[in-house]
Design a protein. Structure first.
Length: 139
């Protein structure tokens, strides 16, 4: 367990990360979620990460209240990531200890966290599965 306490996000993160743009449609995103089985995608604008789009954010597009008319399904799928993404998001850097990553995941009920380098550029993503792999490897 002591080795796990010293492990960092940079050691276990996935370095090749698929991203989306603000212009990605919900239809395209739905296909990506199905094909990749990822929990979220960072939203990229040029070299910058400007938000995050999770399965939860995707599903929120389909919630309704009594005072709102229900749009057609095709209309909902035509909406863009820019309309639904979370522009404020939690991230870590490669040196962040996995104990901190795990605490953030538990406290905020997150399945994946982007990893940004010192220049605020996307370096990777760390998922629950990565933390579990680290726990198994470090026991």
């Amino acid at each position: 367990m002591h080795r796990f306490l010293e492990a960092t996000a940079g050691q276990y993160m996935t370095r090749t990360v698929k991203t989306v743009t603000r212009d990605t449609t919900m239809r395209e995103l739905q296909r990506m979620f199905e094909d990749d089985d990822f929990n979220c995608y960072p939203v990229r604008e040029g070299d910058d990460i400007v938000g995050i789009m999770s399965k939860f954010d995707f599903l929120k597009c389909f919630t309704f209240n009594p005072g709102r008319m229900v749009p057609a399904y095709d209309e909902l799928l035509s909406r863009t990531v820019g309309e639904a993404m979370m522009p404020e998001f939690i991230y870590v850097d490669p040196a962040t200890k996995l104990t901190r990553v795990l605490q953030l995941m538990v406290d905020h009920r997150m399945k994946s966290i982007p990893v940004l380098d010192s220049g605020q550029r996307l370096a990777g993503i760390i998922a629950r599965e990565d933390v579990m792999r680290a726990l198994t490897a470090r026991v």
